[in-house]
Design a protein around this ligand. Sequence first.
Ligand SMILES: [Zn+2]
Length: 55
Amino acid sequence: MDKEIYCCEEHVEIALDVVVNECETFPNIELLKQEKLSTATCEYCGKLPVYIVSN
Ligand SMILES: [Zn+2]
């Protein structure tokens, strides 16, 4: 299963935990590219995201 979570700095640890628990793999964390910022929000608070956490 592929998973991608957009998250802000504050919620990045939650996103990492979710990926570890759901995917049982070590998560990848990337800085969000500028061009995606306009449509993305943090999954936990709705603010501008800073990172993408994926498996
Ligand atoms: Zn957040």
